[in-house]
Design a protein around this ligand. Structure first.
Ligand code: SAM
Ligand code: FES
Length: 336
């Protein structure tokens, strides 16, 4: 499909055609990954960030955020807890916090890989230079999540006063060249976002052909300039998840926490529209309420064990099967 055809589709989806779209996406997911849903243990290790994205609750200009930074040993403790619960992927996520130098991160990653050689390490730490990305890859990190956020230059520039559109894309290309399994993705319902912008998101995904695709609704945070803007809708986000599955059939697509925040069954609905990954929280309970990207974020008060078993039950009730393996993307496995 070209941009015009996608726009036509997005602007004319009704209950029937939406149902058909979600069914097609579900069939494609069944064809590629079956009923498996991969679980990843998410460790939100610092909410300190030098960037200032307009939508984000932990942006540097938010002086009311209670900041925290986990020590390397504390992050290792989270991995130990996760490993004991059966996780074989750890997703290390943070704001852009330069306290974690390349050396510290490389030491942490090498320590995790030494202790848990059968587990995969995914980074989600924002933009760094090629040298850092290469050293972290050599230390053992094999996956990297860096959403492109929006494929529209106009929107990207309006929302990211401290970052550039070119650099974001350049970072994604570098990560791929270095050899990471790469995750891109975007928010749905950003203020001013049009069907054409969403069409560009899909076409950009098709071109980049990422291993993972994170899609969630924009949700406002009360201490950001976008506090009074309406949230992205569940329906529009489900449509984009379904289309992402059809555009990049082999990608791993998470049913995000933002989906679960937008609707009590948002994550189950995402799984039924083509998503196949869930990321329960392994962060220490004391810091969870501080990693607030948007208002009313769910799962900030559950123990890691509760989190795993609650999600497992939800996944099975929705008709899927939890898989605790590493769950590499088919896209990446089929690369020469
Ligand atoms: N700093 C890293 C980066 O830039 O990739 C990772 C952390 S960042 C907080 C993770 C993701 O949260 C972003 O890529 C963005 O899409 C999402 N996010 C931030 N604020 C949000 C909001 N208000 N609503 C929905 N998603 C949001
Ligand atoms: Fe840096 Fe959101 S502005 S993580």
């Amino acid at each position: 499909m070209d941009s015009e055809e996608i726009i036509l589709l997005l602007e004319n989806l009704g209950p029937d055609s939406r149902g058909r779209l979600h069914t097609l996406a579900h069939q494609k997911r069944m064809d590629r990954y079956g009923t498996k849903v991969y679980l990843r243990g998410l460790i939100e290790f610092s909410n300190i960030c030098k960037q200032n994205c307009l939508y984000c609750g932990i942006r540097s200009a938010n002086k009311s955020a209670a900041r925290y930074r986990l020590q390397l040993e504390e992050i290792m403790d989270c991995c130990q807890e996760g490993y004991d619960l059966g996780y074989r992927t750890f997703v290390l996520q943070s704001g852009e916090d330069d306290w974690y130098t390349t050396d510290k991160l490389a030491q942490l990653i090498a320590g995790i890989k030494r202790s848990y050689p059968d587990a995969a390490v995914t980074l989600s730490i924002g933009e760094r230079d090629d040298e850092t990305y290469t050293r972290l890859f050599e230390a053992g990190a094999e996956r990297f999540l860096l959403r492109h956020e929006t494929a529209s230059r106009r929107l990207y520039e309006a929302l990211h006063p401290t970052m550039t559109f070119e650099n974001r894309r350049d970072r994604l290309r570098s990560l791929k060249t270095i050899g990471y399994q790469v995750g891109a993705g975007f928010m749905v319902g950003l203020p001013g976002q049009t069907s054409q912008d969403l069409a560009e998101d899909l076409l950009y995904l098709k071109e980049l052909n990422p291993d993972m695709i994170g899609i969630g609704p924009f949700l406002p945070h009360q201490a950001t300039p976008l506090k009074d803007e309406p949230a992205g809708t569940l329906e529009a986000t489900l449509d984009m998840i379904a289309l992402a599955r059809l555009f990049v059939p082999d990608a791993l697509i998470p049913a995000t926490t933002a989906m679960g925040t937008a609707h009590p069954y948002g994550r189950e609905l995402a799984l039924q529209a083509g998503a196949n990954v869930v990321m329960p929280n392994l962060s220490p309970l004391a810091v969870r309420p501080k990693y607030t990207l948007y208002d009313n974020k769910i799962c900030t008060g559950d123990e890691s064990a509760q989190c795993r078993f609650c999600l497992e039950q939800r996944i099975e009730t929705a008709g899927f099967r939890v898989d605790m393996g590493r769950g590499d993307s088919l896209n990446w496995l089929s690369r020469p």
